[in-house]
Design a protein around this ligand. Structure first.
Ligand SMILES: Cc1cc2nc3c(=O)[nH]c(=O)nc-3n(C[C@H](O)[C@H](O)[C@H](O)COP(=O)(O)OP(=O)(O)OC[C@H]3O[C@@H](n4cnc5c(N)ncnc54)[C@H](O)[C@@H]3O)c2cc1C
Ligand code: FES
Length: 324
């Protein structure tokens, strides 16, 4: 049974237990959010011992080489001595400068940071609740050239952080955030490659950044954006997206609803079926899929089955913690 040394004390890690589970079981408070190796909130450094390679998924090589790892997916195979990573303590101060309801369940929050944040459109930041420090990930819909960070936050029933943003947050509130992180963003390695962007609900946030970033970088290939919701009331930014499609002939905006009539230029029906029908051959396409994790996983599969190369499929599943 591997022994974990943390803050001078030793803890035994049970068989199959992650470092995060073990430390939490022993009453230690380690920052965490998604519990599934996506958000990087639980980043930790092994100062002795080597973390398993799979616990370093998604980390930059420079961090992995320094023995940083994600505690929530690390099942240690040897004794390790840990310190909560310095980078997890590197908080950036931000102020709420705008709060606008985009539809009945999505609020747009704009933040201004003290120092400009070095990020790529489509990445996400980890935002701390100003009173409880509970941390959640939110994707960046803004472009680095804009002088604010833009988040689209869906209200989750009884949600701690989303509830704060919808109900309590007001202009001037001070927050801390960490990041950026994530590898779901545009690169200009092939300006003519067709792009398929698919998002459900606030999955539009990173895609709105990615789409505009691609245009700024001179992307010439077709860009098809499918934004889906249960009903038309769940869609947002329709005017902005119709305008982008009018302005750029390679941009196609396809709003999709499960119930009710199809919106202009859009589709009605199950998103998987809509995609299978309208994009039966995705050979050579680059695909970005964002939003609800179950839907994202299904869509990735669909796109792969339609011919997209797995290395050309980028995704941002909005994973959340389901532990009670
Ligand atoms: C990389 C990444 C990017 C993300 N980007 C965004 C974004 O741009 N916009 C956005 O709105 N969210 C985004 N999320 C989700 C976000 O981080 C939070 O999980 C979400 O806001 C809920 O947090 P909360 O504190 O309000 O709810 P919690 O207090 O954590 O949860 C309250 C209850 O609701 C359940 N729950 C939590 N989330 C959901 C859900 N989505 N559906 C159903 N039940 C749920 C929990 O299990 C719990 O029982 C992202 C997540 C990740 C990992
Ligand atoms: S990556 Fe560990 S809690 Fe999200």
């Amino acid at each position: 049974m591997p022994v974990i040394t943390f803050e001078g004390k030793e803890y035994h890690c049970e068989k199959g237990e992650t470092v995060l589970e073990s430390l939490t079981r022993h009453g230690m408070l380690i920052p965490s959010s998604c519990q599934s190796g996506v958000c990087q909130t639980c980043i930790t450094k092994a100062v002795k011992g080597t973390p398993p390679v799979e616990s370093q998924q998604g980390l930059k090589d420079t961090l992995a080489n320094q023995n940083y790892f994600l505690a929530c997916i690390c099942k240690p195979t040897e004794d390790m001595e840990l310190s909560v990573a310095d980078i997890a303590k590197q908080k950036i101060s931000a102020t709420v400068v705008e709060k606008t309801l985009l539809n009945e369940s999505v609020v747009r929050i704009r933040l201004k940071t003290e120092q400009p944040l070095d990020y790529i459109a489509g990445q996400f930041v980890n935002v701390m609740h100003p009173e409880t420090d509970v941390t959640r990930s939110y994707s960046l819909a803004s472009l680095p050239r804009e002088d604010f960070l833009e988040l689209h936050i869906k209200r989750v029933p009884d949600g701690h952080v989303s509830g704060y943003f919808h109900d309590a947050a007001k202009l001037g509130d001070q927050l801390s955030l960490m990041g950026p992180a994530g590898d779901c963003f545009y690169t200009d390695r092939d300006l003519d490659q067709p792009l398929l962007l698919v998002g459900v609900g606030t999955g539009l946030a990173p895609l709105y950044g990615i789409l505009r970033d691609a245009l700024v970088r001179g992307h010439r290939g077709e860009i098809h954006l499918f934004h889906a919701s249960l009903a038309v009331q769940g869609l947002y930014y329709m005017d902005e997206l119709y305008a982008l499609a009018d302005e750029h002939e390679q941009v196609h905006y396809i709003p999709c609803v499960l119930h009710g009539d199809a919106p202009r230029d859009g589709e009605q029906g199950d998103l998987q079926q809509v995609l299978k029908k309208s994009k039966p051959d995705l050979k050579g396409w680059r695909v970005y899929v964002c939003g609800d994790p179950a839907i994202v996983n299904g869509l990735k599969q669909t796109c792969f089955m339609s011919g997209a190369n797995m290395t050309d499929i980028y995704s941002d599943p909005f994973v959340f913690d389901v532990t009670p």
